[in-house]
Design a binder for this molecule. Structure first.
Ligand code: FES
Ligand SMILES: [Fe+2]
Length: 351
């Protein structure tokens, strides 16, 4: 059974990565070439010439066309061959597959399944990335692990208090249960919503949560996660003086968007929109801060897990399930169901 869900929007690139230059990236185990037309429209096409299969990203940009470096066939943004140096009319089968692509809220989304089903209304909504009163930053990392390990990592945040104690997870005095702690997971339509609240924790964090640590040494903090199929998550993080009102605006929003690269390697696009240090220096500082946490703490852990799991399915290894795994387990179930439905549809289509 295929491991990737094809009929879904995936984050393919950050919008600011696409310009005049070609961007080559492997997604869902296919070579993809991104570029923009002269009027700014993003383009995604297979990064493989249909003649002798050279990578098109090594070619030349000629107006709104890509000219293959090897023998000079030229393709427009729709993948049609517009010029062959060898005949008046280009060969009819000289076509490069293209993919629906939409720029939305700072990201470029690609649909690699049935193009007829690529409805832009299905793109996950992450409006914090375009809010004028926040400063969104856009990061991109890769990790050596199956994309579902990225879902697992982000839907199960107790790892903060063990893996991230030296960076963002050191605030909980005892990593065990705290009285009054909240953990609610529910399915809402095709989404999974997860709420985690921890009362009366030390007001200590390397970021400004909007509560004065001198006046309020203890805070209640919580985060709300919304997961969209197959691997888009948004976080809203809040804090209030211990026992204080809950109707406070988040001090930070985050997007976590996983896109399979190959079966056992993945892209991780992350965006953070914050309410503090709203300066270019703050942008640079937090791009490094959050990216470095992932690179030095999460990615090595995921890589270790992938190594230990090999090609096995998670459930075949009979993992211990802990109470705080509910969100990650629900996501796993929904993905497994969708993959099975996809396999069923493919089997019927092949009959
Ligand atoms: S491989 Fe591209 S034109 Fe020959
Ligand atoms: Fe983490």
């Amino acid at each position: 059974m295929a491991d990737f869900l094809l009929n879904a929007w995936y984050a393919g690139a950050r919008a600011n990565e696409l310009g005049e230059q070609f961007l080559a990236r492997r997604l869902l185990d296919q070579p993809i070439l991104f570029w923009r037309t002269a009027n700014g429209d993003p383009v995604a096409m297979l990064d493989r010439c249909p003649h002798r299969f050279a990578s098109l990203h090594t070619g030349r940009r000629v107006g709104d066309a890509v000219e293959c470096l090897y023998h000079g066939l030229r393709f427009d943004a729709a993948g049609r061959c517009t010029r062959s140096p060898y005949s008046e009319t280009p060969p009819a089968n000289a076509v490069v597959p293209t993919f629906p692509v939409v720029e939305h809220q700072g990201m470029v989304w690609i649909w690699m399944g049935d193009a007829a089903r690529a409805d832009p209304a299905l793109i996950p909504d992450h409006p914090h990335n375009v809010r004028a009163d926040l400063r969104p930053i856009f990061g991109h990392e890769t990790f050596s692990g199956n994309w579902q390990l990225g879902n697992d990592n982000l839907m199960e945040l107790t790892h903060l208090f063990f893996l991230h104690t030296s960076t963002i997870g050191g605030y909980k005095p005892d990593a065990g249960p705290v009285e009054g702690e909240e953990y609610v997971v529910r399915q809402v339509g095709t989404q999974v919503h997860s709420h985690t609240g921890t009362p009366r924790v030390p007001n200590k964090a390397p970021i400004d949560m909007g509560v004065d640590p001198v006046a309020h040494p203890l805070i209640d903090r919580w985060n709300d996660i919304v997961w969209d199929m197959p691997s888009a998550m948004k976080f809203a993080m809040c804090a209030t003086p211990a026992g204080g009102p809950r109707d406070v605006a988040p001090y930070m929003y985050q997007s976590h968007l996983i896109t399979p690269e190959t079966k056992c390697t993945s892209h991780y696009f992350w965006n953070v929109a914050r309410t503090f240090e709203l300066t270019p220096e703050g942008d640079a500082k937090y791009l490094h801060f959050f990216g470095n946490i992932f690179r030095t703490e999460d990615a090595p852990m995921i890589e270790d897990i992938q190594h230990n799991m090999g090609e096995a399915d998670l459930w075949d290894l009979k993992p211990v399930v802990l109470p705080r795994d509910r969100g990650a387990v629900l996501v796993r179930r929904l993905v497994a169901r969708a993959l099975a439905a996809q396999a069923g549809a493919e089997a019927i289509a092949a009959e």
